[in-house]
Structures are given as structure tokens and as C-alpha cells.
Design a protein around this ligand. Structure first.
Ligand code: NAP
Length: 292
């Protein structure tokens, strides 16, 4: 029998501080909306002030009593990720839930200010670096949660250590699926490293959701995304598993899982390879100037 929402979520989100990246549109905005409507203090991260303020106003309009804040950072820049972590810690004494959600898909290889391939930088290295920089406050706030938005595309991914950033050959779909496999490998390795800390780490596939993802993609992939968008899930539906992992008592203490439709699912064989996970961790630490 379906349990009432207040019982499932403990009705205690009012004491929780949740930081959500990519909260200006799509699944991230709907996740911010969902958690704000449960009474959580929500910190939305966006890279553009106009889009951020518009999203914040929309949430405030739907939940007038919600505590919602906006912080700006372009997550393709490691300097801005450091700035975001510093600003957050200055403004908030605790962090109960970190939702790494921001993501991109690019048909052409574009490099960031740090000289890194954008898909790998935003979809993987930003999750890796921001999580590391916020781990002290997450640990001090335990029990706390890290929720990483992966994708079913992880199944088509391989980690190409010889050409992680598509310098020898770039395909948007390949870069995207590699980055999403990286999210799953990172989540499992993080959960192993956080065992006993009271901080959980889980990841998810939100389903196929009609958002801005792929808007700028050209060619067959872009055409397919735009044609199928009206048939896709709404962002609110797409955010359900993120909101569930961020708030539900049903997953209190569970860590190292991959979730689809609010239930644990099996991710690809490659995602369970601990040697690949450790090697990816080491390379990611090197690329973000963190100790391995
Ligand atoms: N839609 C799907 O079917 C689907 C399926 C599987 C997984 N996912 C994953 O779900 C997550 C959310 O995507 P979505 O579908 O909701 O797409 P979306 O509507 O395009 O939202 C992506 C969010 O990420 C932000 N973002 C992108 N690059 C950024 C950067 N450099 N710095 C800071 N923020 C940045 C965007 O900000 P702006 O508003 O400034 O662009 C936006 O808020 C992604 O990780 C995506 O890979 C989506």
C-alpha cells in the first residue's frame, strides 16, 4: 500500500539544506521545486543570473513560503566551482543534500576556460570537484546525501583512458555516454570511500524527459531529440527519482545505488569495475588538482 507523503519523507525536510546544480531548467528546476514544496531550504545553482532569477521567481510563485536562494557559477570553470563552494560555506552552516544535476550534450568538441572538453568537464569533473569541496560540510551535517544525476546512456558508455577528452576523435553521443558512465563509476567509488561517514551517495536515470537538453545539438541526434520532445516525460515526472533520493526515508542510509523510477536498478557491467573506478578517480583528481 502506498504510504502517505509525510510519512515517506518524514515531514522533516524543513530542517534540511539542499544544494542543486543545473536548477535553472528542466529536471534540476523541478527538483528544486519539489524539495522547496516539502519545506527544505533550497539553494539553486545556475550560471546565468537572468535564467536563475526567473527560475527562482517561478518557484516562489508556486510555493510562496519556500526558502529558496540562488548562487551563480559556471560549472565548466574550476575556479567558479571553488568560488561556489566558498560562497555556500560562508552563507550556510550545514548541507544535508547535494544534488549534482547540471549536464550538457554537445555535437562539436568545445573546450572550457580550463582547456578541458566541456561534456567531460561539466557532466563529470564538476560533480567530482564540487562534491570534494563540500564533503567537509556534508560530513559535519551527517546523515546527509549526495544525489548524482546519471543517465540510462551509461550503458552505451566506455571510459576511453587513451582519449578521455575526445582529442583524437569526438562524437557528441560518445562523449555524453562516457560522462554518464563516469557519473555512475564515481558514485560507486564515492560510496565505498564514504562508508561509515553517514554521507550516502546514489545516482539515477531520470527517464527520457522533455527539457532543454540537446537543444543546441545538430544532426540526426538533435533532430531526434527535438522531434520526440513532446512525447517525453514532463520535468516534474523526470525529477521524481532525484526528489525521492534526496528526501525519502525509504532510502535513509542506502548508498552506492543506481535508481530508475524510484527503485534500485542494475547499471552496466563496466560501471561495476572497481579498477576502472579507481583509475578514473585518480585521473579526475589530477585534472582537478586534488589529492587522489
Ligand atoms: N532530459 C533527459 O531525457 C535526461 C535523460 C537522462 C539524464 N539526464 C540528465 O539530467 C540532468 C538535467 O538535464 P535536463 O534534461 O534537465 O537538461 P536542461 O534542461 O538542459 O538542464 C541542464 C541544466 O544544467 C545547467 N548547466 C549546463 N551547463 C552548465 C554549466 N557550464 N554551468 C552551470 N550549469 C550548467 C543548465 O543551465 P542553463 O539553464 O544556464 O543552460 C541547466 O540548468 C543532466 O545531467 C542530464 O544529463 C537528462
Amino acid at each position: 500500500m502506498e504510504r502517505p507523503e509525510t510519512e515517506k519523507y518524514g515531514g522533516a525536510m524543513g530542517e534540511k539544506v539542499c544544494l542543486i546544480t543545473g536548477a535553472t531548467s528542466g529536471i534540476g528546476k523541478a527538483t528544486a521545486m519539489g524539495l522547496a514544496s516539502m519545506g527544505a531550504s533550497v539553494v539553486m545553482v545556475g550560471r546565468d543570473r537572468g535564467r536563475g532569477e526567473a527560475a527562482l521567481a517561478e518557484i516562489k510563485e508556486k510555493s510562496p513560503n519556500a526558502s529558496v536562494d540562488l548562487m551563480l557559477a559556471d560549472l565548466s570553470s574550476q575556479d567558479e566551482i571553488h568560488g561556489l563552494a566558498d560562497n555556500f560555506k560562508e552563507a550556510y552552516p550545514r548541507l544535508d543534500v547535494l544534488v549534482n544535476n547540471a549536464g550538457v550534450i554537445r555535437s562539436k568538441r568545445i573546450t572550457t576556460a580550463d582547456g578541458l572538453e566541456t561534456t567531460f568537464a561539466v557532466n563529470h569533473l564538476a560533480y567530482f570537484l564540487l562534491t570534494d569541496l563540500l564533503l567537509d560540510v556534508l560530513k559535519a551535517s551527517a546523515p546527509s546525501r549526495i544525489v548524482n544525476v546519471a543517465s540510462g546512456e551509461q550503458r552505451n558508455g566506455t571510459i576511453d583512458f587513451d582519449d578521455l577528452q575526445g582529442e583524437k576523435g569526438y562524437k557528441g553521443a560518445k562523449a555524453y555516454s562516457q560522462s554518464k558512465l563516469a557519473t555512475v563509476l564515481f558514485t560507486y567509488e564515492l560510496a565505498r570511500r564514504l562508508e561509515g561517514s553517514g554521507v550516502s551517495a546514489n545516482c539515477l536515470h531520470p527517464g527520457v524527459v522533455g527539457t532543454n537538453l540537446g537543444s543546441g545539438v545538430t544532426g540526426a541526434l538533435g533532430f531526434t531529440v527535438r522531434t520526440l520532445r513532446p512525447l517525453m516525460k514532463s520535468p516534474e515526472k523526470g525529477a521524481e527519482t532525484s526528489v525521492y533520493l534526496a528526501s525519502s526515508l525509504e532510502v535513509e542510509g542506502s548508498s552506492g545505488g543506481y535508481f530508475v523510477k524510484k527503485a534500485e536498478a542494475r547499471s552496466s557491467e563496466a560501471s561495476h569495475d572497481q579498477r576502472i573506478a579507481r583509475r578514473l578517480w585518480e585521473v579526475s583528481a589530477e585534472l582537478t588538482n586534488l589529492p587522489a
